[in-house]
Design a protein around this ligand. Structure first.
Ligand code: URA
Length: 207
């Protein structure tokens, strides 16, 4: 399977891509960041998870999902026998929106080439979108997460890749019980999709 680089300049290597992201000043978020939060994990994963944007803890550490929401995400992965370094984790925007507001459409658009390149380089079999912002960006839908979670979708740029939208861990922390049950059910779906997409065996070399 080959994923095309969808928009923006092409990057020949991860190093080139990360260097471009680290120095990016394409939108106003650059003025507020401590550092760019590029992405973390295995660069040839079967599973890629995409969040919205860094919060305060991530902005300080330079790594996605290291605050309370990140701890929940790590626990949800552990429930399906995955560690953080088995997967790749990135955000739609790489710089913290002030006050943790939603990223604006022009900020999402400015960061999009980096996300597209990360997806293309990772070439995952399954993409999990965490919450509204990531789901809308990846699927190009206007539907809210509560409408689309519980289902799987073909990735628009490569229908062989399965997209599974789920609730954002921060929303689960806010909403508790029922939301936790839903996100747990979604992670069981993710596990099944990985098994189905992998044909039950390890990924071929080079993925
Ligand atoms: N929320 C996100 O969407 N991403 C992070 O990295 C942390 C919190």
């Amino acid at each position: 399977m080959s994923l095309r680089l969808v928009t923006g300049p092409g990057y020949a290597t991860w190093e080139e891509l990360e260097a471009a992201a680290s120095g990016c000043t394409a939108c106003g978020l650059a003025d507020h960041r401590t550092q760019v939060v590029f992405g973390v994990g295995r660069r040839d994963p079967q599973l890629m998870l995409i969040g919205e944007g860094p919060g305060a803890a991530e902005d300080r550490r330079g790594e996605p999902f290291v605050g309370r929401a990140g701890q929940l995400l790590t626990a949800l992965l552990a429930d399906i026998a995955l560690r953080r370094d088995d997967v790749y984790i990135a955000n739609v925007v790489k710089c913290r929106p002030p006050g943790n507001r939603d990223p604006a459409p022009e900020e999402i658009a400015a960061c999009r080439p980096f996300l597209d390149a990360q997806v293309a380089f990772c070439a995952p079999r399954v993409i999990v979108t965490l919450g509204n912002v990531a789901t809308r960006a990846v699927l190009g839908t206007r539907e809210g997460i509560t409408k689309v979670r519980g289902r799987s979708f073909p990735f628009p740029d490569d229908p062989a890749v399965t997209v599974i939208p789920t609730l954002h861990p921060a929303a689960v922390l806010r909403n508790g019980g029922g939301a936790l049950a839903q996100v747990r059910a979604d992670f069981v779906r993710i596990k099944r999709a990985l098994a189905a997409n992998a044909g039950g065996g390890p990924a071929p070399a080079g993925r």
